[in-house]
Design a protein around this ligand. Structure first.
Ligand SMILES: NC(=O)C1=CN([C@@H]2O[C@H](COP(=O)(O)OP(=O)(O)OC[C@H]3O[C@@H](n4cnc5c(N)ncnc54)[C@H](O)[C@@H]3O)[C@@H](O)[C@H]2O)C=CC1
Ligand SMILES: O=C1[C@@H](O)[C@H](O)[C@@H](O)[C@H](O)[C@H]1O
Length: 344
């Protein structure tokens, strides 16, 4: 069976997902697209040679009889509306992060999904599908470094065009929030944000870098340097300090060069290149599981936890204090074991 997919939002990542589903992946076909910028939707259809209908708006895509599943890649503030409409239509929906721009919005989605009675929502946290994070998780789950005590991370972008306010947390650090609780099989209880000396390359009054400290239920302490104008490249680091050893996130594969009296390897500059394989795996697994009637990726609950944690980090940044991260009990609906990513 081919999964007939409708895409809402044909900007940067929407177009990229359409390209990979059309050219690189199997089992899915883009049959409907829409964008508030009609020109953008038209261009994607013609440039990628899609056999897809262009709709006036997202709701018409969701309602279309020949659309089995939805991908939401429009701007963040529109996500909640389209995810809720997909649940109301009983259609599986893959929503890019954020699930909603507020924790309350994410909770409304969780409540709607639970009331619907079947998991339909997957959130686009692609690091869980990254080969290197999966290798690290496998080593950790096999007990090769013992129980985790401390985790050191870095999230560095060369530049952050368009970033303002708290986006280093709400747009970038959200990926660590998601992937680390998956990696450690734990949840957060508190956070603190320390503001180091600012780089002169930060624009729009942006604080950069941030040092973000998280404490988990099991007592693991996580420190992350989020530095979005680091200049030298896109660099994601993660090191688990365990009771019996240290496990590092593998560096992306790249050619080791001996040239001009230097031994060197290249560092990516664009997150799209660093995570290109992860997006492929993420969307392929989403198509495969959706066709089987399953939902195996980051759930609406995971999207909600990220929003609550991210809000707490923003509060901690502005208050300078340690902020408790409080979550309601996870609904038993999400305990059924069908929302776990299978580790390869
Ligand atoms: N998982 C990841 O690593 C990444 C996730 N994202 C997320 O994907 C989303 C889109 O990001 P980009 O593609 O970079 O932005 P973009 O601005 O390039 O594209 C968004 C598109 O949505 C369209 N749009 C806005 N409101 C709409 C509506 N109501 N109906 C239909 N179309 C609408 C815009 O016209 C635009 O073409 C964001 O939420 C972003 O956070 C983006 C990059 C990476
Ligand atoms: O989602 C993403 C970007 O929006 C964000 O700006 C980057 O910092 C992240 O690493 C990337 O994955």
């Amino acid at each position: 069976m081919t999964l007939r997919i409708g895409v809402i939002g044909t900007g940067a990542i929407g177009r990229d997902h359409i390209r990979r589903i059309t050219n690189d992946l199997t089992g899915g076909e883009i049959v409907a697209v829409t964008d508030v910028n009609a020109e953008s939707a038209k261009n994607v259809v013609s440039e990628l040679h899609l056999n897809a209908k262009i709709y006036e708006n997202g709701h018409d895509v969701i309602k279309a009889d020949d659309v089995d599943a939805i991908i939401v890649t429009s701007w963040g503030p529109t996500h909640e509306e389209f995810v809720l409409a997909s649940i109301a239509a009983g259609k599986p929906v893959f929503c890019e992060k954020p699930l909603a721009t507020t924790a309350e919005g994410c909770k409304r989605i969780v409540d709607a999904e639970v009331a619907h009675g079947k998991q339909l929502v997957q959130v686009g946290f692609m690091r869980r599908f990254d080969k290197s994070y999966r290798q690290l998780k496998k080593i950790f789950d096999e007990g090769k470094v013992g129980e985790a005590l401390v985790v050191h991370c870095a999230h560095r972008n060369p530049t952050a065009p368009g970033f303002s306010g708290d986006m280093a947390i709400t747009d970038s650090f959200v990926h660590e929030i998601d992937v680390l609780r998956w990696l450690l099989d734990d949840d957060y209880v508190s956070c603190q944000v320390i503001l180091p000396r600012n780089t002169r390359f930060a624009e729009n009054g942006l604080q950069d870098p941030h040092m973000i400290l998280l404490e988990t239920k099991k007592g693991i302490r996580i420190d992350t340097e989020v530095f979005v104008n680091c200049k030298y490249g896109y660099d994601i680091q993660c090191q688990i300090v365990g009771e019996t050893g240290i496990a590092n996130l593998p560096e992306p594969q790249s050619v080791l060069m001996r040239s001009e009296a230097k031994l060197s390897t290249e560092i990516y500059v664009d997150w799209k290149d660093r995570f290109i394989d992860s997006y492929d795996v993420e969307l392929q697994e989403w198509i495969d599981s959706t066709v089987k009637g399953e939902m195996n990726g980051p759930s609406a609950w995971d999207g909600y936890v990220v929003a609550v944690t991210s809000d707490a980090c923003v509060e901690a940044k502005h208050s300078g204090g340690i902020v408790a991260i409080e979550l309601p009990e996870r609904p038993a609906f999400y305990d059924q074991g069908n929302n776990k990513v299978l580790i390869k």
